[in-house]
Design a protein around this ligand. Sequence first.
Ligand code: PHE
Length: 347
Amino acid sequence: MTIQERIAALGQHVNEMKAANAAELEQLRIKYLAKKGEISQLYEEFRAIPKEEKAAIGAPLNRLKQLYESRLQELKEQIGSVAASAEVKEDLTRTPDPIVLGGRHPLSLVREEIVDIFSRIGFTVADGPEVEDDRHVFSLLNFAPEHPARDMQDTFFIEKTEGEQRETDVLLRTHTSSVQTRVMLNQKPPIRVLCPGRVYRNEAISARAHCFFHQVEGLYIDKNVSFADLREVLLYFAKEMFGEDTKIRLRPSYFPFTEPSAEMDISCDICGGKGCAFCKGTGWVEILGCGMVDPNVLEACGIDSKVYTGYAFGMGVERIANLKYRVKDLRLFSENDVRFLEQFESC
Ligand code: PHE
């Protein structure tokens, strides 16, 4: 092939050049335009051509070189824009996806609110084990040996000893009063503690009952503590928790560890006390149990009941949360459904 023919052939080829990436493009540049490339080779040969022929070949050769250079430039730009469009996914200037923050669990919110209200009047928080023994959950709290709360139907036993050796039975605590016995055994009055925590009872799971729930119990022991003190503290709590207009009423009740014992109702804040479906027409809803610590309990825990008196109260956190947030099905609290949880205050 003469040099003219080779220039013409290469000229027809130029648009067939394709490069998918920078490496392929470089291959093309080496093949045609680098020192040993085909076009550079033509320039080498061009030098040896007689002067009078040079004009006829030099111009097409220069054009050929320009054609290849501009085609390679074009390919370079294409590759560049493909690379750029691949980068769009990682564009650091775009608006970020919203960061989903975790929320506080409604039971945590309510527990913290209860603790906060009582801590303002000097209560501190005490903690204790969920796996307990009969002694701390029942015996020290004046439960008679055959008290039904010890029965298999209520308590989850982990190790149940045969015969009379009940005190060493290992079980899941049925109330956080067990933390109160631990505090009484280990501290001298004055004692002013709150015991929040999870408790377990052997109940069938339904919208209204669960085999575990949460409590906050309180204990105050000092000289001259009276039932009137208890009532004032509970009234303060009810107003702080449910609003200034809340009224309370105490109904006589029974717990083995308090004497006298009472259950406290608050005025129904849905109907304002007129009576509605929520309060079953009574105008009142029950929220906690309370009473004066039975002298037997004080003595069993090494506190002189002639010198000291005290009061105790205990409430279910789910119950308070129901009143605050109107959650109809208890099971929602432990299912961890984000659609439920994200309705509450986020972090
Ligand atoms: N411990 C009781 C319960 O689990 C509640 C309670 C606490 C009642 C303190 C009176 C005093 O139901």
